[in-house]
Write a protein that binds this ligand. Structure first.
Ligand code: ADP
Length: 151
């Protein structure tokens, strides 16, 4: 049982945590990469999703494990199919910014039923990927808070 005082302290603390402090580094690939190479990339980088960039390094899409599985069970040549054919694309992407609260970002992940989202920054009218916010990031924070560790 968390006492009323502790609970309100925790609440206050949670409101100060931002995406920028807890995000991971982004793993991006180019939209022209083949699905086959992207799958290899997913294993090498040991991530669950990849973010896709196009011209000027602008964010254009997201690829998750399920997107790759869907492509793999279809009758398609994975080594000649570019990822931009199978990715989830703009404007349907859920993104967040460094300055957003961690709780706000967590709510987006739950609401959209996704595992991760790109952390973005608008640079000269182009949406650049600066990080990655995942359910794992959220879980680590929860455990650290429970253990009363320094955040
Ligand atoms: P998994 O494939 O392991 O279930 P997700 O739940 O993250 O992983 O992805 C489910 C679907 O949602 C996929 O089609 C994926 O492209 C899409 N998706 C994942 N992340 C995002 C995001 N940030 N914005 C929009 N769509 C996303």
């Amino acid at each position: 049982y968390v006492g009323k005082k502790n609970a309100s302290m925790l609440h206050e603390k949670l409101d100060t945590l931002t995406v920028g402090e807890f995000m991971s580094s982004a793993k991006v690939i180019h939209e022209g990469m083949t699905v086959y190479d992207a799958i290899v990339h997913l294993f090498l980088e040991d991530v669950g999703s990849l973010f896709v960039v196009g011209k000027d390094h602008a964010l254009v899409g997201v690829l998750s494990r399920k997107d790759f599985l869907r492509a793999a069970i279809g009758n398609q040549e994975l080594d000649s199919l570019p990822v931009n054919i199978i990715m989830t694309r703009m404007p349907n992407l859920t993104v967040c910014e460094k300055t957003e609260t961690l709780i706000g970002a967590g709510m987006k992940l739950i609401e959209k039923q996704i595992d991760s989202m790109p952390v973005v920054e608008q640079v000269d009218g182009v949406l650049k990927v600066v990080g990655r916010m995942t359910k794992t990031n959220m879980t680590k924070v929860l455990v650290a808070l429970a253990r009363d560790e320094e955040l």
